[in-house]
Design a protein around this ligand. Sequence first.
Ligand SMILES: [Cu+2]
Length: 317
Amino acid sequence: MTGLRYGKAALIVSGVAALFTAATAMYSAAEAKTVKIELTVKETQVPIDNQGHTVLGWTYNGQVPGPLLRATEGDTIDFTLINDAANKKSHSIDFHSARTDVLGDFAPIKPGEKKSFKFTVDNPGIYFYHCGADPMIQHIARGMVGAFIVDPKDPNAMPKADREYVLIEHQTFDNPEDIKAMMANQWTHDQFNATPFEYDPVHDTNATQTLEAKPGERVRIYFVNAGPNEFSGFHPIAGIWDKVYPSGNPKNVMTAMQNYTVAPGDAAIFDIISPKEGANALVNHSMRAALSGAIAVLMISKDADPSMGHGDKILVR
Ligand SMILES: [Cu+2]
C-alpha cells in the first residue's frame, strides 16, 4: 500500500529541479518527489594526481567520479543521458539503484544521441552507477563511475550523522587504451574519488585536503567499490566502524566492525565515531591497494571546518 501511495504522490508532485547534492535535499515524510537528473558524457582531460597531471578520461559531466546523485526512498527518477556530439565512443548508464530493463534503458547510445527513462528508487541505501558500454572494464577504469544515495523515507531509520562523506574506490591503469592490461588486472593506481592519496598529505605532500570531523561526531562514509576488479577490505586505522550497513540499507546493520569487505560493484555505509583528537586513516587494508593510493585521512579536531562533510563537501573534490 505504501508504494501505491508514493506512486500517486509522485504523479502530483512534478517538476522538481535536478538534485545533485545534499544541500538541496528536501524531504517531507508525506510525499514522494519526481527528481530530474541529467548526465552528459564527456570525453575530456581529467586529473590523475595531486600535481595537476591529466589524462583523457571518459566522464559523466566532465568529472571523475560523476556527480553525487541523491533522492529519497519512493521518489521517481526522471533521467536523461546525453552522449556529447564531440565524443568518439558509445556510452551508457547502469544504475544499481534501478529495477528496469538492461537491454533498453541501460543500452549504449552513440555520440550526439540522447535517451530518457524513469524508475523509482524503492530501496534506501548507497548505490553505484557506471557506464556499461563495451568493454565495460575500460569505461569504468577511465572514470565513468559515481554514487547515488537513496535516503530512507523514515528520517529516524538510522542514527543522525553529523557529517557525511562519499568515497568511491577504483583502480586505474597506466595506459587507458590497454584493454589487455585491464583484463590481466595490471592496474597501477587504486584511489578514492579518482586521485591517489587525494586526502592523504602523509603519503603525498602534494595533497592539500583531508576529511574532517570533531571528536564524538558520527561520521558517515558512503563507500562505493567501483572496481573494476578488486575487492576492498575497508578499515579505519586507529578506529572501529561503529555501524556498517551493507548496501546502505538501515535494515542491514552490523556493529563494532574492524573491517568489512565490499565487492566490486557493491557499496556500504560505514559510521565512525572517534572519541579523541588526532586522525584515522581510512584504507583498503589490502596493502597493494592502500600503498597505491587508497588511503584517506580523517582528521579529528575540535577546530574542524564546519563546512566539511556537508553540502558540496560530501564528495570532496
Ligand atoms: Cu562509457
